[in-house]
Design a protein around this ligand. Structure first.
Ligand code: C2E
Ligand code: CA
Ligand code: CA
Ligand code: CA
Length: 280
């Protein structure tokens, strides 16, 4: 297999070279995949915890390989990030997600879908003119900026580079900003206060054990406290059971995402949006 999982690194001196060559190979294949139209965008609902109603969707890329089937992003995003291929791939995801969101809003009305959330890699954020690209893409799709949310990681934002300036420009456009995998990165809580962020996406690792009496639920509670204190919205990621949803509600969480509410699916299979739009 040309695309290998993590943990299959060969442990000898040229391991790094091997890895570089492997990533270059994945990137070249990805270029072909993009040109041949083998990339897909799946959508996962983001819901209100009180009634499970959808408020937005997260766009998640997939690679439909003719022989290997549907390849998950964990297997190609890291190579794409290191080789720079993430820039054209991310651009394609953005265009496609905005086109789809505009179509949903036309078909189902503006209340059916408040926003589409798109993952943005550190590399994209460091490209000069990223905010300008967003503005142009929104205009082409005919969507107001508030219909777009970008998800960035703590590492990208707090690395001290130009990413933070670009994020301020994104925010000034009226696009929403979410901090992804919150709690796992290097957020300085002091910097968070002045950071151009609207939403904290609390990482699945803190949601997994939220029903326990132990340490993990203490962290989930601390993280909603931070969100509330900074007047940010919090989305709990990776909710898989009703028990977790109930525990999160008790802690004061208002929004969630996870298999319990719906797995990422192709646009045509996202029936929850239609149900929400249709009168009961
Ligand atoms: P992420 O942004 O943290 O996305 C959430 C991941 O958790 C998704 O994996 C989603 O399918 C999975 N997930 C959601 N709910 C549950 C749950 O209840 N249980 C479990 N076990 N998993 C759940 P996916 O789609 O495989 O994406 C993996 C990662 O790849 C994403 O993590 C994101 O970092 C990256 N990624 C995906 N699409 C893009 C993209 O278009 N651009 C960039 N730069 N990265 C992307
Ligand atoms: Ca994400
Ligand atoms: Ca996440
Ligand atoms: Ca993640």
């Amino acid at each position: 297999a040309k695309v290998q999982g993590k943990g299959r690194q060969v442990a000898y001196d040229s391991a790094m070279d091997q890895r570089g060559a492997e990533q270059a190979r994945v990137a070249a294949e990805l270029r072909t995949a993009l040109d041949l139209g083998q990339l897909r965008v799946f959508y996962q609902p983001i819901v209100r915890l009180d009634d499970g109603g959808p408020v937005g969707v997260e766009a998640l890329v997939r690679w439909e390989h003719p022989e290997r089937g549907m390849i998950r992003p964990d297997l190609f995003i890291p190579a794409a990030e290191r080789t720079g291929m993430i820039v054209p791939v991310g651009q394609w995801v953005l265009t496609e997600a905005l086109r789809q969101a505009a179509q949903w809003r036309r078909e189902l009305g503006p209340d059916a879908l408040r926003y589409v959330s798109v993952n943005v890699s550190p590399r994209q954020l460091r490209e000069t003119g990223f905010a300008a690209t967003l503005r142009d893409e929104l205009r082409t799709a005919g969507l107001p900026p508030s219909c777009l949310m970008v998800e960035v990681t703590e590492t990208a934002v707090f690395d001290g580079g130009s990413a933070l300036d670009e994020l301020h420009a994104v925010k000034r456009l009226g696009v929403q900003v979410a901090l992804d995998d919150f709690g796992t990165g290097h957020s300085s809580l002091g910097l968070l206060r002045t950071c151009p962020v609207d939403v904290l996406k609390v990482d699945k690792s803190f949601v997994d054990n939220v029903t326990d009496a132990g340490e993990r639920s203490v962290i989930a509670e601390a993280l909603i406290g931070i969100a509330d204190g900074l007047r940010l919205r919090a989305v709990a990621e990776g909710v898989e059971t009703e028990e977790q949803a109930a525990a999160l509600r008790r802690l004061g969480y208002q929004y969630a995402q996870g298999y319990y509410y719906g797995r990422p699916v192709p646009a045509a299979e996202l029936t929850s949006l239609r149900r929400a739009a249709a009168p009961a």
